[in-house]
Design a protein. Sequence first.
Length: 319
Amino acid sequence: MLRRVTKKRITNDYLLKCVIGLILVLLIVLAGCSTLGPWKRPEREAAFSFIVVSDIRQFTGPQYKSSQYFPGACESIRKTGKGSFMVSPGDIDPPQHVFETVREVLGEEYPWYPVVGNHEAETPEDMAWLREWGRNEISNLVRRGPENGEETTYSFDYGAVHLVVINQYYDGKSDIGADGDICEALYSWLENDLTANSKPFVFVFGHEPIVSIPDFDNGRHRHKGDNLDAHPENNHRFQKLLRKHKATAYICGHTHNFSFAKINDIWQLDAGHGRGIGDKGARSTFLRISVGNNTCWAEVYRNSGNGGPYSLTHTIVLD
């Protein structure tokens, strides 16, 4: 009898230790998940956030009011938190339809900051609208662009952040003369703007990436070799300038593919496209950039690929 009791006690002790061990392992796993999972923010609260949606072209306007297109992205933005403003890194034609949709869904007073893309640069009516917007609508303006590009290159401040929008189709004489480049005149303007800045966080927006990277989820690769890397000397000089001034990130579009990477110590976020089912080659995407006291992070929202709802897929700490 004594032997049986001892065995039973040993067995119970062993089981108890196993249970405690499993609980500890589970707690460690859960702790790791809460740190690494896409739902975890690096700080408890952000001072503010803003939205990035790119490459919406041709899928806005009266015939695309469905939530399967850009309005669906705006509806998800409204539900998950619209932040303080939206930036759209190019290919937004017709821009007036994007502007109308943003205001209809996110509010009449919600600020929207457009970036010139290659399709706007080749469409005179789009450029006329964007120049007019640049003359009248830029809020929190810090600096207008260089001569002959005053309306489509600009910088503005919000809280602890300095934000710069560059028109990569500006060639020094015209705001539509280049083919996606950082020409001498644009570089000089950007250098002066960043030198004068005193904000701790800096975001620079342009349409074309430093280098094209495949979509994070399905590997689709577009515009290989015909972005800023088509002008390697200017591209390297641009990267050096961003690195010198400790830019938090360079945010672009053009490829319709979402990706993120650190290139020569510079974060590049390609916002993909916000067309919904207008481009079925990659999932429609928007970014929420959050600014904390000591860091910034990007939350990536992508839809199901077939017009379904958007959900948080990644959180990227911009260290």
